[in-house]
Design a protein around this ligand. Structure first.
Ligand code: NAD
Length: 447
């Protein structure tokens, strides 16, 4: 099937490459010419494990191409996926200006029946609004259907998530559009991926409710971890004991500095804003947003406790992406902690295996006190505290003897619990973590 993907970012590029791998003929369009030109030079605009292989294989097979020409992509495709950004707008609600821009363009070029499928995360009601927007701009009547087809991939494992999803959600009131969407995803149907076909509004709500539920789960576990620190419990054992209960499940019970990235923060705020506007406040989600903001502060307070204040201190921060295996620093807790340390007068040396350049751009305002050395040990050299903010594998395998020798004061604040408390303390470090602070501390030592 001929398919256009409008917006070639994390979601659009992964969707395009994977649908091409299913055998469809894909044109990925983006209004950012630099992005399309980079792809033309065989440069990936994002870091995503396994993506390059699947992109270039499908380009070579002639099933995947990149263009800035939205009009010809619309005219030559049956399904038009909208995968543009929906950032946070005023008062937390989603900013749909990129989607509105696409709607006008769609209307201008529609010359026969098309399925317009939103992959972007859009508030409940957007499908109906998009139908009106497109219809309003149509120069002459043309038949088209709207489908809400939310995307659940995670950055860092996006290709695998797309090729082996837990479910596909198709929201539409049209039998014809549903049949076309089933055909698009036929290879997944063959591997028995559950497909939920529903109305547009329910599909839109499934995406927000899923992200918000996971955000609540993360916030809940972070609060439990903070309490574990106070009462001497080990949050890892607590999580294991909880997760064995099938009603709870073992995923998303790992504590840390709170969620970040391009989705959870804006999607929780958009759901809270929608609930408030429609007279059905989402109090649990509102609480999760507050708890999450507070959790960064918990990490900063641990650093302050370790050093007796951060002014004038040399602090190494390892990990700047909001999670491992991505270069995305949007709403990364690490960026916020770096900024706060810098504004408190610390000299921060920060390192990330792939997100350094994006982090440097995000932290331009604090450039005077934050530097970005080329490796983890360079960042650690001479530091009075080492803060681990993202659980990249290479930080799990740090040579702690070397770290100890390089640091001028042996303080580790392990926001992701990647190190073993007892072993780390046995090497002479003062070790602070999340929900395991009393693990490996001899009995009788005051908290
Ligand atoms: P992104 O910022 O990486 O990509 C969006 C792309 O759309 C950009 O390249 C931009 O230039 C392009 N664009 C904007 N207006 C355009 C237009 N008029 N015509 C053509 N291209 C245009 O965003 P993303 O992370 O891929 O997210 C896209 C959507 O998917 C968002 O709604 C997001 O919430 C949702 N989503 C993201 C993820 C994720 O992990 N990143 C996961 C699930 C859902």
């Amino acid at each position: 099937m001929n398919v256009a993907i409008i917006g070639t970012g994390y979601v659009g590029l992964v969707t395009g490459a994977c649908l091409a791998d299913f055998g469809h003929s894909i044109t990925c369009v983006d209004s950012a010419a630099s992005r399309i030109e980079a792809l033309g030079r065989r440069e990936l605009p994002i870091y995503e494990p396994g993506l390059g292989e699947i992109v270039w294989r499908n380009v070579a097979a002639g099933r995947l191409r990149f263009s800035t020409d939205l009009g010809s992509a619309i005219r030559s495709s049956t399904v038009l996926f909208v995968a543009v950004g929906t950032p946070e707008g005023y008062n937390g609600e989603a900013d749909l200006s990129q989607v509105a821009g696409v709607a006008a363009e769609l209307a201008r070029h529609l010359d026969g029946y098309r399925v317009i499928a939103t992959k972007s995360t859009v508030p409940v009601g957007t499908g109906a609004w998009l139908r009106e927007e497109v219809a309003r701009h149509l120069p002459r009547p043309v038949d088209f259907d709207i489908v809400a087809n939310p995307e659940f991939l995670r950055e860092g494992s996006a290709v695998n998530d797309f090729l082996r999803p837990d479910r596909i959600v198709i929201g539409t009131s049209s039998e014809r559009a549903a049949a076309i969407m089933r055909e698009i995803y036929r290879p997944l149907y063959l591997i028995e991926t559950p497909i939920v076909v529903t109305d547009v509004e329910s599909a839109e709500m499934i995406k927000y409710a899923s992200n918000a539920f996971l955000a609540v789960k993360i916030g809940f576990m972070n609060e439990i971890a903070n309490l574990c620190d106070r009462v001497g419990a080990d949050v890892h054992v607590v999580a294991k004991g909880m997760g064995l209960d099938k009603r709870i499940g073992s995923k998303f019970l790992h504590p840390g500095p709170g969620y970040g990235g391009s989705c959870f923060p804006k999607d929780t705020r958009a759901l809270a804003a929608l609930g408030a506007a429609r007279g059905a406040r989402q109090r649990l989600v509102e609480a999760a947003i507050d708890v999450n903001a507070r959790q960064r502060q918990v990490i900063v307070e641990k650093i302050e406790r370790a050093l007796g204040g951060v002014a004038g201190r040399r602090i190494a921060v390892l990990g700047l992406a909001f999670k491992p295996n991505t270069d995305d620093v949007r709403e990364s807790p690490a960026i916020q902690v770096c900024r706060q340390l810098a504004s408190g007068g610390a000299a921060v040396r920060a390192f990330d295996p792939v997100a350094g350049a994006h982090a440097a751009a995000a932290l331009r305002d604090a450039a005077a006190t934050i530097s970005f050395p080329a490796g983890a040990y360079e960042a650690i050299d001479g530091a009075e505290a080492l803060v681990i903010m993202t659980e990249w594998n290479e930080f799990r395998g740090l040579d702690l003897h070397r770290v100890r020798a390089l640091m001028s004061s042996p303080n580790i604040i392990d926001a992701r619990n990647v190190l073993d408390p007892a072993q780390t303390r046995a090497l002479g470090f003062a070790y602070y973590c999340t929900g395991r602070e009393r693990v490996g501390v001899p009995e009788g030592v005051p908290a």
